[in-house]
Design a protein around this ligand. Structure first.
Ligand SMILES: [Fe+2]
Length: 374
């Protein structure tokens, strides 16, 4: 199955497409304090004038159930918006999806999100969330074209996913200029997230002819320009290609979701504060070797994008790129093999690990982690 209803606008003139996407609907802008400080919120307000936007600019990284519930209270208290504009990285778009869900499903209970995620209560039959327009400011998450959002549980650090076909954004507006101010680490980690999405979509039980095309195209774009953008952050041509790669990675996983590398990443983010893109990528060479033993034809698709032929060559090539991008050094800032004391069961996230093309046990996962850390 492949389904994706998101209308994608590749902006050629900044925010000028935005008023046409609003179509006069009442809208709330959801964003981060940083976007406010940098004047981007003001630019969005100017682009939408004379229509007035309610602004919620308090999104924090890795949104929790409580943070999203608070955001929803603030937003839905003022007026019920027909549209949410999510301006930011993955955390902002995830927050908007959570708020949209609460706007419709949480009308009668302010604890709806926590009950839905912790106790798996279903969405109501008449679920009709406000539309979302996603304007990503990082190039990595792909959340602008997926129907789910990551929500962290403040009670135990576990990771939930809020997911419904009506949570696909209505439109994604891609403006490369908005990603050009990303600092080098954020640029790298976001691009690593894209690379992980594309690989995870390929070594995935749900891979299809369609998802493969998106994933391979996303990898080719990432590998072709990432070095150049890290060297020249203001290179807008390269930024656009990284943004396209992130979009393609998002399309690739939008129907089959991610797999083992993402499954193992979540406790590294919740326990050690490791940024998502780094956490879901440092294991990729070892996941590639693991999956390559049983599904070499899948890994060969990836090897081709790295300019090599076999599984081991692809894993080594990826390791050498990681060394060039200082990935092992970044990882050591958060955790080492000695300090990474995690219950091995926490590495297997349901809904992710079981997507992996090769069945995986907790011992398999632990072995991959130990071989990936220094
Ligand atoms: Fe990811």
């Amino acid at each position: 199955m492949f389904y994706n209803p998101v209308r994608v606008h590749f902006a050629s003139d900044g925010l000028s497409d935005l008023p046409g996407l609003l179509r006069g609907r009442s809208a709330t802008l959801i964003t981060t304090p940083g976007m406010n400080t940098r004047g981007v919120v003001e630019s969005v307000q100017r682009a939408c004038a004379p229509q007035r936007l309610f602004v919620y600019a308090d999104v924090q990284p890795n949104p929790t159930i409580a943070a999203i519930t608070i955001a929803a209270e603030a937003i839905l208290d003022s007026e019920y918006p027909e549209l949410l504009i999510a301006l930011g990285g993955g955390s902002t778009i995830d927050t908007a999806k959570g708020v949209a869900a609460i706007a419709s499903a949480g009308k009668s209970s302010k604890d709806w999100l926590s009950t839905h995620l912790r106790k798996k209560t279903p969405f109501p039959d008449d679920f009709a969330p406000p539309a979302i327009i996603a304007i990503p400011t990082t190039a990595g998450t792909g959340s602008e074209v997926t129907m789910w959002g990551t929500v962290w549980d403040e009670a135990d650090g576990s990771k939930h996913s809020i997911s419904h076909p009506l949570l696909f954004p209505e439109a994604a507006l891609l403006i490369p200029e908005l990603t050009a101010t990303s600092p080098p680490d954020l640029t790298l980690f976001s691009a690593l997230d894209t690379i992980s999405h594309c690989m995870e979509s390929i070594w995935n039980r749900g891979a299809t002819a369609i998802s493969d095309v998106f994933a391979v195209a996303g990898l080719k774009r990432s590998f072709s320009v990432l070095d150049g953008v890290l060297e020249k952050p203001a290179d807008l041509g390269g930024r656009r290609i990284l943004q396209e790669a992130a979009l393609l990675g998002g399309f690739a996983i939008s129907s089959n979701a991610t797999a083992l590398a993402h499954s193992m990443s979540y406790p590294f983010t919740s326990r050690f504060g490791m940024p998502h893109g780094l956490a879901c990528s440092f294991t990729l060479p070892e996941v590639m070797r693991f999956n390559g033993e049983q599904a070499p034809e899948r890994v060969r698709l990836i090897a081709d994008t790295l300019g090599v032929a076999g599984v081991e060559d692809a894993a080594r090539r990826l390791e050498s790129l990681f060394l060039r991008w200082d990935v092992p050094e970044h990882v050591r800032k958060y955790v080492t093999r000695e300090s990474a004391t995690l219950p091995k069961e926490s590495l297997l996230t349901p809904g992710r690990a079981n997507n992996n093309i090769r069945p995986v046990t907790a011992d398999d996962a632990l072995g991959i982690i130990n071989r990936s850390l220094s």
